[in-house]
Design a protein around this ligand. Structure first.
Ligand code: FAD
Length: 290
């Protein structure tokens, strides 16, 4: 099923995410993780491409496993580290394996690489155009950044490029993580002013361990509210308490979003079915799984 169809419902939907393995020897284990997460009945489950330690090679295979478990799969696809030829071959593979949903991304520019090479896409918008021209009947998602992409001179400039992605044929957007919902609400106001009229699914990251906190600080330059910082200061050295507090914080963010009329939520669940299950249990009368 296409994500664009799923997002048409007025019911609350919650999707989640995992990353693929680095090595083939771990593929079966990761397929088990996909099955465990799928059994929790998220609205859809996406698999990243070359991010967070996983490699691109197994994204299509994991996505196929997710579909086989009866949950709609989204395969992420990036273009910054690949030739156009490689990208086209992955799109062909996705079509052949009946993966209907692609999250089209540029990806981070690889360090120590000449970017872009002559045979390479520069921005996600070109990848979106390529997917559109591929002849596959895909639902296409893309990324957006409520606090502005780190490379953009301003949020306004970033929104101009975001509108180009929407005009190129994006069906929905998923946001970068944020820890203060007002950032999302303000962003939605600006996005609407720029004519961005596709669903914008907020991405919520349950921060459940101290390592994640260090990575968030360096990766995306997120604004971290004092309330969140106090939780980290108090619990970072106590893994069980940090996990419980991180799950509670993410749950609270989701409840506030739903209470304010945002029906579709994406959880950066990062191969942690236990965290996903705990959040789903907290929301059992809000996100009602069929
Ligand atoms: P783009 O949309 O190309 O934007 C990148 C920058 O270029 C922005 O500053 C933008 O303003 C600017 N820009 C865009 N178009 C133009 C243009 N035409 N001219 C000039 N400037 C332009 N990374 C992975 O490696 N694998 C993943 O699976 C993955 N999944 C992600 C999922 C989500 C929901 C999000 C939010 C991010 C994900 N990322 C992933 C990270 C992402 O790849 C990086 O943030 C990357 O730096 C930007 O990708 P993008 O698709 O947003 O790029």
């Amino acid at each position: 099923m296409k994500v664009s169809e799923i997002l048409k419902t007025d019911n609350v939907t919650i999707s989640c995410e995992m990353f693929p393995p680095k090595k083939v020897i771990l593929l079966d284990k990761y397929k088990e993780t996909a099955a465990t997460m799928a059994a929790l009945k998220p609205s859809f489950l996406s698999c990243t491409y070359g991010a967070t330690g996983g490699t691109s090679d197994y994204t299509v295979e994991i996505a196929e496993t997710i579909n086989a478990c009866g949950v709609p799969a989204v395969a992420h696809l990036t273009c910054a580290s690949s030739t156009k030829e490689k990208v086209r071959s992955v799109i062909g593979e996705l079509k052949d394996r009946h993966i209907e949903n692609i999250l089209a991304l540029r990806g981070d520019i690889p360090e120590n690489a000449d970017f872009p090479l002559p045979d390479q896409y520069h921005h996600a918008v070109e990848l979106i155009e390529e997917i559109k021209q591929s002849g596959g009947d895909f639902c296409i998602g893309a990324a957006c950044y409520p606090e502005g992409h780190p490379e953009a001179a301003s949020v306004e400039e970033d929104l101009v490029h975001l509108k180009e992605k929407v005009d190129a044929g994006v069906d929905y957007l998923t946001t970068q993580m944020f820890f203060d919902n007002n950032i999302y609400y303000n962003f939605m106001f600006k996005a609407l002013r720029h004519g961005i009229n596709v669903p914008v699914v907020p991405g919520i990251m349950p921060v459940t361990n101290a390592n994640q906190i260090k990575r968030i600080g360096t990766l995306s330059g997120n604004l971290v509210p004092p309330k969140f910082l106090r939780i980290v200061e108090r619990f970072a050295d106590n893994p069980d308490a940090m996990k419980q507090a991180g799950i509670a914080y993410a749950t609270e963010q989701i409840i506030d979003l739903v209470a304010n009329g945002v029906n579709h939520i994406h959880i950066y669940s990062m191969n942690k079915p236990d965290v996903l299950e705990a959040i789903f249990n907290n929301l059992s009368d809000i996100y009602v799984r069929e």
